[in-house]
Each structure stands twice: as structure tokens, then as C-alpha cells.
Design a protein around this ligand. Structure first.
Ligand SMILES: Nc1ncnc2c1ncn2[C@@H]1O[C@H](COP(=O)(O)OP(=O)(O)OP(=O)(O)O)[C@@H](O)[C@H]1O
Ligand SMILES: [Mg+2]
Length: 295
């Protein structure tokens, strides 16, 4: 690459850097996007670069595959309902240890190694996330009412106290958050990371909520990318079974966040190198952008 090309690229990104300067960008880093060392390193560099050029990145991470690995080694099998892992007490211990320990600290260390100033926390720290038990409604056959499913210690976010996030970002730190919350009685909840990212993005009035996963975005029944999706598309595709598993909470959260202070939400493929930078600083419009019905 010639010096001229480097200068061109930097100058082309200038309008985006100006647009995002000082703005909060919440990035959900899916466990499924943490594929290899190079990708994890590129992600860490991207986050560090965002901070260095004046944006306020806040990272929320998942860790489904990493949790599975430990559960497998322990001989525990999980079942999933609407993309949520049934979480008994033993599974909850593993989820908290893997997310809040191994995965969180690995991301923290990697971003720090690139020169970012990172602090890892779970929803328990600084009273960040108060949670309550989630009730899951599963569509039943025909005219039957939906079935109510008890997911164990799966939580939903009842309250976000962003004070700790502001304190960290004001002092130049990048918060990296594991999706574990605490109930009113001190009980620990396993919360879907997309849900946590969306609630935190709303509490921070984030400019962007970017959900990094392991597919190009929302895919239709033919596997083709749906580049923009509104409520009707999303609800229709959930109903007819074309949005399944972990994509259900992801699409629901991306949509809901737009009604609660977030300017734009996107689902992009985090297994593409530097996907985050390309999304923020180019016109190429990768992935799926979610719109309000009137948007
Ligand atoms: N219509 C769809 N379009 C795209 N992906 C879909 C669709 N329906 C279901 N999926 C599945 O959703 C998965 C992404 O959600 P998943 O919860 O597995 O990952 P993640 O949220 O990125 O990671 P983690 O849950 O560890 O944080 C895709 O890998 C794909 O298999
Ligand atoms: Mg998921």
C-alpha cells in the first residue's frame, strides 16, 4: 500500500470520525465471533483504536461456545428454549465462572495489550444490572395458549445503573461487561448478552448498538442476507421459524433498543477481520441494519 492510499483512507474516514467523536458505541462481542487468535487480536485493536480517536466504546460479551466447552468437560448437557440456555444452579456457577472469569479477563488482557485501558466487570459490579427471572412463552400448536416455560436462573434486566460505566469512561477506561446480573434477593442470573448490550446501550443513549456474531447478519430462508429489517420482518420471520435460536433475542433486542434511546442498531459478522471498523468508518453497509417501522 502506498503512502498516498493510506492518506486517502484516513481522509475518507474523517467525516465518520467527526460524527462519532465523543459518542458511545456499545459493541456486543458474541462468543461465536471469538473464533481464532488473529480475529480476537483484530477486535482488541479495533476497540483500542475507537477509544484513541475519541469514541466511547463499551463492550458486552457472550460466551456460549466457551460455556459449552466447560459444561461438556463436566458432563453437563444444556437445553435451549427460544435461544436461552436452561440454567440450573450448577450451570449458573459455570456460566458465572466462565463469563466473569475466563472470557472477560481474556478480552480485557487482549485490549490492554493493544494499549487500551480496560476494566472488566459483571452486572454485579457497581450495581450495574439488577435482574429478575425470565418467563419464556413458547408458541403452542393451533389455537392453544402459549406454553409457559421455566428457564431456571435465566434473567431479564429489570434495571441498569450506568453510574459505574460513566465513572470508568470519564476516566479513560473501556468497560468490558459479562452478562451476569443480580436479583433483589442477591441471587445470580444468567442473562443473554444481546439483551444486556441492548439495555446498557439504552441506558447510555448510545449512538450505535453493534452486535457481532458469526453470520453476515439476518439471513432469509434461502440463506441470503437481509440488509435491513423492521418489526414486521422480524416478527414475521420469528413466527414462521426463519429466525431461530440465538437470533431470536438478538433481533428482538436490536429492535427494542431503537425505542429506548439508541440511534442505530446493526448485526454484523464478527468473524470478518476488522468488521467493526468497516461498519463504522465506511459506506459499505455490511450486515443487517434494524429499523423502526416508520424508520
Ligand atoms: N434467520 C437467521 N439468520 C442468521 N442466523 C440465524 C438465523 N436463525 C438462527 N440463526 C442462528 O443464530 C446464530 C447466532 O446467535 P448465537 O446466539 O448462536 O451467537 P452469538 O449471540 O453471536 O454468540 P453468544 O450467544 O455466545 O453471545 C447464528 O450462528 C445462526 O446459527
Ligand atoms: Mg447469542
Amino acid at each position: 500500500m502506498t503512502d498516498r492510499t493510506v492518506a486517502d483512507i484516513l481522509i475518507e474516514s474523517l467525516p465518520y470520525i467527526r460524527q462519532f467523536s465523543g459518542k458511545t458505541i456499545v459493541v456486543k462481542y458474541g462468543g461465536h465471533a471469538m473464533v481464532d487468535e488473529k480475529l480476537k487480536d483484530d477486535f482488541a485493536s479495533d476497540i483500542t483504536l475507537l477509544k484513541c480517536i475519541g469514541l466511547n466504546p463499551v463492550v458486552v460479551h457472550g460466551g456460549g461456545p466457551q460455556i459449552n466447552k466447560v459444561l461438556d468437560a463436566m458432563g453437563i448437557t444444556s437445553s435451549f428454549v427460544r435461544g436461552m440456555r436452561y440454567t440450573d444452579d450448577e450451570t449458573m456457577d459455570v456460566v458465572e465462572m466462565v463469563l466473569g472469569g475466563k472470557v472477560n479477563k481474556e478480552i480485557v488482557a487482549r485490549i490492554n495489550s493493544k494499549g487500551g485501558n480496560t476494566v472488566g466487570l459483571t452486572g454485579k459490579d457497581g450495581g450495574l444490572i439488577t435482574a429478575e427471572k425470565m418467563t419464556i412463552y413458547q408458541e403452542a400448536e393451533g389455537d392453544n395458549p402459549p406454553e409457559i416455560i421455566d428457564p431456571g436462573m435465566v434473567g431479564t434486566v429489570s434495571r441498569v445503573n450506568p453510574h459505574i460505566i460513566h465513572t470508568l469512561t470519564d476516566q479513560g477506561f473501556i468497560p468490558v461487561i459479562a452478562p451476569v446480573g443480580i436479583g433483589e434477593k442477591g441471587e445470580t442470573y444468567n442473562i443473554n448478552a444481546d439483551l444486556v448490550a441492548a439495555k446498557i446501550a439504552s441506558a447510555l443513549n448510545a449512538e450505535r448498538l453493534i452486535l457481532l456474531t458469526d453470520v453476515d447478519g439476518l439471513l432469509d430462508e434461502a440463506g441470503k442476507l437481509v440488509s435491513s429489517a423492521n418489526a414486521a420482518t422480524i416478527h414475521g420471520m420469528i413466527k414462521n421459524g426463519n429466525i431461530k435460536g440465538g437470533m431470536i433475542p438478538k433481533m428482538e433486542c436490536a429492535l427494542e433498543s431503537l425505542d429506548h434511546g439508541v440511534q442505530k442498531s446493526h448485526i454484523i459478522n464478527g468473524t470478518r477481520s476488522h468488521a467493526l471498523l468497516l461498519e463504522l468508518f465506511t459506506d459499505s453497509g455490511i450486515g443487517t441494519q434494524v429499523f423502526r417501522d416508520n424508520g
